[in-house]
Design a protein around this ligand. Structure first.
Ligand SMILES: NC(=O)c1ccc[n+]([C@@H]2O[C@H](COP(=O)([O-])OP(=O)(O)OC[C@H]3O[C@@H](n4cnc5c(N)ncnc54)[C@H](O)[C@@H]3O)[C@@H](O)[C@H]2O)c1
Length: 334
């Protein structure tokens, strides 16, 4: 193992993807420190590591120089995932920019001053905006539709600038949509798959924005986490910007019908309502570059991933009725 024993900082490590990344790193005997302010993260996602010597949790913000300075001490590798989400950016553009763009600049600068060995910036397919052609390679134009996409692109640009100006060993990863256990159904963090599962499990109408012809390329979260680990274990991709996706495109209409079938609720009503502002119409990754560099490919087939996610919510300790209380249909208005 290339980096065994190295000390990783995972910003946003109490969140959905971050907590699965922590699991993957711990399994491979890295030592892990999480920096998260818990605005959307949840300690339950990482509490199974609390009694492990190789794990530390720091509650703090990526926008606070003191928190960042402390979190960066004696770190070898940084995975920067902390951010505020796409729907949050619609009502709160300045706060979204401050965390996603300025927070990234602060993390990069601190990492540079601490001579870190590798920096993985977790970007997003939202930097592309709607596909002009598919599948989308990394050279596809980057014309984000939302402040979130724009702020993630700013973060990428800062990361590449630290590589070019200061020689910092940065890799930019652009995951396409990710789903699975610990994904958000609640408030403005809520994503289409968990929101739909929670509604279907409660026999409530499923809500689709627009006509449901929008498409996405979904990867199961354990595969996304493994891809981020594969990225840090490959020194040939320093300075690169790489997509991670499943090379599989599905419309939102077909997606919600698949969920309804898995929940055994194929009679559930689907309400088609107004489109979400800034909604991207089509996303479909070309991940060949990452796959050939890192030898990674997704292991969990989409339907199997959906079944596991439905089971996660069905057995959620909060109970499916209580989960529904936190689900907000037009969640960009929160
Ligand atoms: N979920 C997806 O489909 C998807 C797709 C592409 C890219 N991404 C990227 O993956 C990363 C993780 O996303 P996620 O879906 O796990 O979201 P998430 O909201 O679950 O994780 C983000 C974490 O960052 C934390 N955070 C927010 N502001 C912070 C701050 N100021 N200081 C410290 N921590 C802060 C939150 O509490 C949360 O735990 C993000 O960078 C996101 O852009 C996600």
């Amino acid at each position: 193992m290339l980096n065994e024993g190295k000390k990783c900082l995972v910003t946003g490590g109490a969140g959905f993807i971050g907590s699965h990344l922590v699991d993957a790193l711990m399994k491979k005997h890295y030592s892990v420190r999480v920096l998260d302010n818990l605005v959307n993260g949840n300690l339950e996602n990482i509490s199974h590591h609390f009694n492990t010597k190789a794990f530390e949790f720091h509650r703090g913000s990526v926008t606070d120089p003191v928190d960042v300075g402390r979190a960066m001490e004696k770190i070898d590798i940084v995975f920067h995932l902390a951010c505020l989400g796409v729907r949050h950016s619609i009502a709160h553009p300045f706060e979204n920019h401050r965390v996603n763009a300025e927070g990234t600049l602060l993390i990069l600068d601190s990492a540079y001053r601490n001579n870190i060995e590798r920096f993985i910036y977790c970007s997003s397919s939202e930097v592309y905006g709607t596909a002009e052609y598919v599948p989308m390679p990394e050279s596809h134009p980057t014309l984000p539709c939302t402040v979130y996409g724009a702020s993630k692109l700013a973060g990428e640009s800062y990361a590449r600038a630290y590589h070019k100006t200061y020689g910092m060993p940065v890799t930019v990863i652009r995951p396409f949509n990710t789903f699975g256990p610990r994904s958000h159904h609640e408030g403005d963090a809520g994503e289409v798959i968990p929101k739909t599962i929670v509604r279907a499990l409660n026999n409530q109408p499923i809500v689709v924005f627009g006509d449901g012809s929008q498409t996405r390329d979904f990867t199961y979260v354990v595969d996304t986490a493994d891809a981020l680990v594969a990225a840090v274990e490959n020194d040939n991709i320093v300075g690169e910007t790489l997509n991670i996706g499943s090379n599989f495109e599905i419309s939102i209409k077909n997606l919600v019908n698949s969920i309804a079938r898995i929940v055994s609720n194929s009679t559930v009503r689907i309400d088609f309502i107004d489109s979400r502002p800034g909604d991207v119409l089509r996303l479909y990754a070309d991940s060949q570059k990452f796959m050939s560099f890192c030898g990674w490919k997704p292991n969990i087939e989409f339907k199997e991933g959906l079944k596991r996610t439905v089971e996660y919510f069905r057995n959620h300790p909060i109970g499916i009725k209580n989960l529904l209380k936190d689900e907000v249909a037009r969640n960009w208005e929160v």
